[in-house]
Design a protein around this ligand. Structure first.
Ligand SMILES: *Cc1c(COP(=O)(O)O)cnc(C)c1O
Length: 383
């Protein structure tokens, strides 16, 4: 479909319901489907594998990523796990050294037990990936921008390395959302999303997704999707379809507020360091300009001269921002990565990549910017 993003967000994968003309995709709350004779069905047999509401959502997410095949999962981690199931004992993965905590956990605490080896490198420097490539390498898995220090990895450069070596290349595109970045267009084989975040956008659903272009790869992933069954139900699929209809509007507002929050915090006397890829002095700025359409709504700061106690005090003093895990919803959230989202990463590992005790991550929502800035000012004033 040659339509532009906002049109796809509202229409892709969806058409009036053939039985009633309902304009919105119905919630097909059914586990099973009638067959006229054994094997004679209308494409749907059992909802673990296929459900029309979920199918509409999968087609919509695939279209937003300029991809062909979409698969929705009951969480981002279920989507990630399904990609890892393509591997066998002895296979090796090269991935980032500042991943989402849950990804680090599933790699080291689950899949290492199945004989898969993970190399954690700074993906901002593609040579670090090349150095770890060997005959057992099967998968390169990256996040960009990373969580929470917003480091950038050059998707096109890394896809070149992956293609030369014939290894799969997957990008966790959660932080950017399909509105800001489309990894398949830049040569990635698999895009993964925690739909829970920007795509869902309302902090009311946990869901994941994969998008691919290659039929054979899709069939392999679909096999594990159906065989293992980490698929979402129709109610959640409906809620996400509804959320996606405003993805482009929300993302514009997230980017605009994100920029204003970043500019407000840069040079603030209580802020020692700020991470936002829109600043020219951000090390990944040039890559961000090249592969993203804007800089997003995620901003991280390191508080000046603050220990854990002062950082907790600031984190607990917000009135408009909510202290909570997660990101990407319409409401602004504050997160303390060291004890919350990244708590499952050992202290020395996380501090090496900048996840220090006085780091605060901000998911800038779409409230009125004046209220957000005033709230930041009063919270920083408590120390
Ligand atoms: C939240 C998140 C995940 C995990 O997704 P869930 O939906 O929570 O399972 C993976 N990667 C990134 C970057 C995330 O932010």
């Amino acid at each position: 479909m040659g339509y532009k993003f906002g049109t796809k967000a509202i229409h892709a994968g969806q058409r009036p319901d053939p039985t009633t003309g309902a304009v919105m995709t119905p919630i097909y709350q059914t586990s099973t489907y009638w067959q006229a004779a054994p094997g004679d069905h209308q494409g749907y047999e059992y909802s673990r594998g296929t459900n029309p509401t979920r199918k509409a959502l999968e087609d919509c997410i695939a279209a937003l990523e300029n991809g062909i095949y979409g698969l929705a999962f009951s969480s981002g981690m279920a989507a990630t796990e399904t990609v890892l199931k393509l591997l066998k004992p002895g296979d090796e993965v090269i991935t980032g050294d500042d991943l989402y905590g849950g990804s680090y956990r599933i790699f080291t605490k689950v899949f290492e037990n199945y004989g898969i080896k993970f190399h954690f490198v700074d993906t901002a420097e593609p040579e670090r990936i090349t150095e770890k490539m060997n005959k057992n390498t099967r998968l390169i898995w990256i996040e960009t921008p990373t969580n929470p220090t917003l480091k950038l990895a050059d998707i096109e450069a890394i896809s070149g390395i992956a293609k030369t070596a014939g290894v799969l290349f997957a990008v966790d595109n959660t932080f950017a959302s399909p509105y800001l970045q489309n990894p398949l267009d830049l040569g990635a084989d698999i895009v993964m999303h925690s739909v829970t975040k920007y795509i869902g956008g309302h902090s009311d659903v946990v869901m994941g997704a994969l998008v691919v272009n290659d039929r054979e790869l899709y069939d392999k992933l679909f096999f594990y999707y159906n065989a293992c069954g980490g698929t979402p139900g129709p109610q959640d699929s409906f809620l996400v379809l509804r959320g996606i209809k405003t993805l482009h509007l929300r993302m514009k507002a997230h980017c605009e507020n994100g920029r204003k929050v970043a500019e407000f915090l840069k040079g603030h006397p209580k802020v020692a360091k700020i991470y936002w890829p829109g600043f020219e002095d951000h090390p990944g700025h040039a890559v961000a300009r090249k592969q993203m359409r804007d800089f997003g709504g995620m901003v991280s700061i390191v508080l000046r001269d603050a220990g854990l106690e002062e950082t907790f005090k600031v984190a607990s003093s917000f009135k408009v921002f909510t202290l909570a895990e997660s990101l990407g919803g319409v409401e602004s959230l504050i997160n303390h990565p060291a004890t919350m989202t990244h708590g499952s990463i050992p202290k020395e590992v996380r501090e090496r990549v900048g996840v220090v005790d006085n780091l605060i991550r901000i998911s800038v929502g779409v409230e009125d910017i004046d209220d957000l800035l005033a709230d930041l000012e009063q919270a920083l004033a408590v120390i």
